[in-house]
Design a protein around this ligand. Structure first.
Ligand SMILES: [Zn+2]
Ligand SMILES: [Zn+2]
Length: 167
């Protein structure tokens, strides 16, 4: 191969010339392989190995998190029919309680997927009374507006609280 010493070729694509280097391992990478991180361009290998250190959740954390989030969200959703309008004020508080309960149960282990699945479980738990009500044909009798408002608020606060805080 004839090449000037200054010409770099991507490590993953030997025919692609590039001027970029991974700022962690110094490996030449092309634009396709480079990942822009807050600290500059990195190769996909470095990004992956970095993500692993943030990913500490173990398999039963998922079961714990999903179970706790769904059950607590479901109980809260049932209560909204009693508290009505006050749901708007109490739902974010419920979201914080659920996030803290999940975090306590998984002993502060973390992963992005764990947070996402917890949010999905919260949403499903919150909507369960609505879904069962619809299935049973209580379309007119059951006041759906509060469980739906509640689900929206509780899911967003829960996710923000759980995923937003750096440990
Ligand atoms: Zn690298
Ligand atoms: Zn490449």
């Amino acid at each position: 191969m004839i090449s000037e010493p200054t010409t770099l070729y991507c490590e993953n694509h030997p025919h692609v010339e590039t001027t970029l280097r991974c700022n962690r391992c110094e490996k030449p990478i092309c634009a396709k392989c480079a990942v822009l991180t807050p600290t500059g361009y990195r190769c996909t290998d470095c990004v992956r190995s970095q993500q692993k250190s943030f990913d500490t959740a173990v398999w039963f954390d998922y079961i714990l998190a999903i179970g706790i989030a769904a059950v607590l969200a479901f109980i809260g959703s049932l209560l909204t029919t009693r508290i009505g309008f006050f749901t708007i004020f109490l739902a974010p508080f419920a979201g914080i309680v659920i996030a803290e309960a999940v975090r306590f149960a998984v002993r502060r282990r973390r992963s992005k997927r764990l947070f996402q699945l917890s949010a999905v479980a919260t949403a499903l738990g919150g909507l369960l009374p609505v879904l069962t009500g619809l299935a049973a044909g209580f379309l007119v009798i059951f006041p759906y507006i509060w469980p739906i408002v509640y689900t929206f608020l509780v899911t967003s606060t829960m996710y923000y609280r759980l995923a937003g805080i750096r440990i």
